[in-house]
Design a protein around this ligand. Structure first.
Ligand SMILES: Nc1ncnc2c1ncn2[C@@H]1O[C@H](COP(=O)(O)OP(=O)(O)OP(=O)(O)O)[C@@H](O)[C@H]1O
Ligand SMILES: [Mg+2]
Length: 317
């Protein structure tokens, strides 16, 4: 059963200083997120991961495509219905310093979503705050302290507690540990795993760190320039990556790269601009295997298994 499904999702922005130019931040993204599991979105900076997340949480109105949540298309919800949907979908951000209001205490921060949705009496909400603090490993005695009095890891726990306040079904984690010390990263990742188990949460996990994705995600989509180029189970993706871009990403990580044949090449060249993407397969400008067809024709989807798909001419018959 899938909790979230995007079909040909597009989010285009007009360029700030030249409105005629369109930035195709997300350009036809389809993926399916099974309930109660962690789905990873990976790819280089600027490939459209956060924009995809913001569309799912409906901070952005999609330019095109569907976003199915629990079987209902939420891509164009408005007003009351949108507010109700947002209750089910919460986000944890990369930077726990920037995403917490410095003038709000821990208690006020975690209670904020409950106030917006009027989930109970003041006393009930305070009780829930304590419950959430306990759940996320925060000492209740610190409820009246301010964010700057905490370490990065503790602040991320506050962000997680706030995200859980309304009992969401889906939590979007946008680089949740990238800003933290390595020693703290695994504590937060393990906390997220425990919470998922306990609360039956579904995660959309965004990261450019493939080791972290390997640790956290059951299924993964690899994005390049606003599109998904390969999608697979963790096992398939890490043991048998089919798209040259995925192979290049993996070969750049020693601990994962050694499982590959050694023929894969590291990524060279810059990421092209989503305002002016290459023709044909958008990866052709950096692909070691690119041929004429790749420069002119967009590759279709190749199904490699029930759970594994990729978009590459080399895989087509
Ligand atoms: N509001 C916006 N207006 C115009 N362009 C945008 C907007 N938001 C994102 N973009 C552009 O869309 C592209 C995708 O951005 P996005 O933030 O989704 O990438 P990302 O994969 O999350 O990158 P990172 O790993 O750096 O967080 C980038 O080229 C970015 O400059
Ligand atoms: Mg981002």
């Amino acid at each position: 059963m899938y909790l979230l499904e995007t079909n040909d999702l597009k989010v285009h922005f007009p360029m700030k200083n030249n409105k005629k130019v369109v930035i195709k931040a997300v350009d036809g993204v389809s993926f399916k997120v099974p309930e109660g599991k962690t789905f990873g979105l990976v790819g280089e900076s600027g490939c459209g991961k956060s924009t995809t997340a913001r569309a799912v949480i409906r901070l952005y109105q999609p330019t095109g495509g569907d976003i199915m949540f629990g079987g209902k298309n939420i891509a164009h919800l408005k007003g009351k219905e949108l507010k109700e949907y947002r209750r089910n979908v919460q986000m944890v951000f990369q930077d726990p310093y920037a995403s917490l209001n410095p003038r709000m205490t821990v208690s006020q921060t975690i209670m904020d979503p409950m106030k917006i949705y009027k989930t109970g009496t003041a006393e009930e909400m305070q009780q829930r705050v304590y419950e959430l603090m306990e759940l996320t490993g925060l000492d209740k005695r610190f409820a009246k302290r301010f964010p700057h009095e905490f370490s990065g890891g503790q602040r991320q726990r506050i962000g997680i507690a706030r995200a859980l306040a309304l009992n969401p079904k889906l939590v979007i984690l946008d680089e949740p540990v990238s800003a933290l010390d390595v020693s703290v990263q695994s504590q937060i990742l393990n906390l997220l795993k425990e919470l998922q188990e306990e609360l039956n949460l579904t995660y959309l996990f965004i990261s450019h760190n493939l080791s972290v994705v390997d640790y956290m995600c059951e299924n993964i989509a690899v994005m390049y320039l606003g599109r998904v180029v390969e999608q697979a189970s963790r096992q398939e993706l890490f043991q048998d990556p089919k798209h040259p871009y995925t192979q290049a990403l993996l070969s750049a990580i020693p601990s994962i790269g050694h499982r590959l044949t050694g023929e894969e090449e590291f990524l060279t060249g810059d990421l092209p601009s989503p305002a002016d993407p290459p023709s044909g397969c958008t990866f052709h400008t950096r692909c070691p295997h690119a041929c004429e067809k790749c420069r002119t024709q967009i590759p279709g989807k190749t199904k490699l298994s029930e759970t594994h798909t990729a978009f590459c001419h080399m895989l087509e018959e």
